[in-house]
Design a protein around this ligand. Structure first.
Ligand SMILES: CC(C)(COP(=O)(O)OP(=O)(O)OC[C@H]1O[C@@H](n2cnc3c(N)ncnc32)[C@H](O)[C@@H]1OP(=O)(O)O)[C@@H](O)C(=O)NCCC(=O)NCCS
Length: 235
């Protein structure tokens, strides 16, 4: 690994039932989980938030309980949705002092992923591998001059790549995904037309059942490390 490579840490986990995690959630996280109607949503939110705090804690050398997550919408300023960030909740006096990293997170049925790095233009996405994307995908997602996916797996690949880039620029689907033009989904990822780079765009499938992508605006070399986390209720 190059000495100067930008470190990028990806943590992923299988989703765990919220009942097994509730002791590790903050009061605010428990409140958020309590508003959700389906078990899948409750498990996914709880698992992803705990994974995000675990990932930031791992970067900084503190426990997940020392980390607090925030959100801010670049469009309306709300702190109830939008781009994630992290700060110290409390730090033990003897903790090794490392700046809190920037992060991005995503969840899909059964899998949650988080990326942490030093730069704020970072995005990650993951989707469950399925046989079918939604009807009208090409019209909604692809630019007129963009390569059409040969199959739905290539379409899904294009989708997660686009979402990762659009999260990295902090806008998500507030931006029309057709304004971002990528290479064909069946080929190595590249941005043909979109936000100014250079970008590190990488496919990242945590399991056979999940398709993911990572986007980081980075001028130099990067070093990506992927770690599986086994989520549990005691942190
Ligand atoms: C980003 C987005 C595409 C993700 O949606 P999704 O596929 O359902 O969910 P994912 O699991 O992939 O990702 C969810 C995470 O995306 C992140 N996210 C949300 N908005 C984001 C933004 N503007 N920039 C970067 N990341 C964002 C959050 O961390 C969120 O986690 P949270 O629900 O715990 O807050 C979608 O939330 C979006 O388009 N948001 C912006 C829409 C917007 O700006 N609307 C205007 C509101 S005023």
């Amino acid at each position: 690994m190059s000495e100067d490579a930008l470190p990028i840490e990806v943590h992923w986990a299988h989703t765990v039932p919220v009942d097994e995690l509730v002791g590790a959630l903050t009061p605010g996280e428990r409140d958020r989980v309590g508003t959700l109607r389906t078990a899948e949503a409750r498990d996914g939110i709880a698992s992803s938030l705990l994974l995000a705090r675990t990932a930031v804690g791992s970067w900084t050398g503190v426990t997940a309980g020392s980390v607090e997550l925030h959100r801010r919408c670049p469009r309306c300023g709300s702190r109830a949705h939008g781009r994630p960030s992290a700060s110290w909740r409390s730090v033990p006096d003897d903790a090794h002092w490392t700046a809190v990293p920037h992060l991005s997170l995503a969840r899909t049925a059964g899998t949650v992923v988080v990326v942490t790095t030093r730069t704020d233009e970072v995005g990650i996405d993951v989707e469950r591998r399925t046989d079918h994307v939604f009807d009208g995908f090409d019209e909604v997602v692809l630019a007129a001059d963009e390569a059409r996916g040969v199959d739905d797996e290539a379409r899904l690949r294009t989708w997660v790549r686009k979402e990762a880039v659009l999260k990295a620029v902090g806008r998500g689907l507030d931006v029309d995904p057709r304004s971002l033009v990528l290479g064909p989904g069946g080929e190595p990822p590249r941005i043909a037309r979109g936000p100014a780079g250079p970008w590190h765009l990488q496919d990242l499938d945590p399991t056979d059942g999940a398709i993911g992508a990572l986007a980081v605006r980075a001028a130099g070399p990067v070093s990506v490390r992927v770690t599986q986390v086994h989520l549990a209720g005691r942190h």
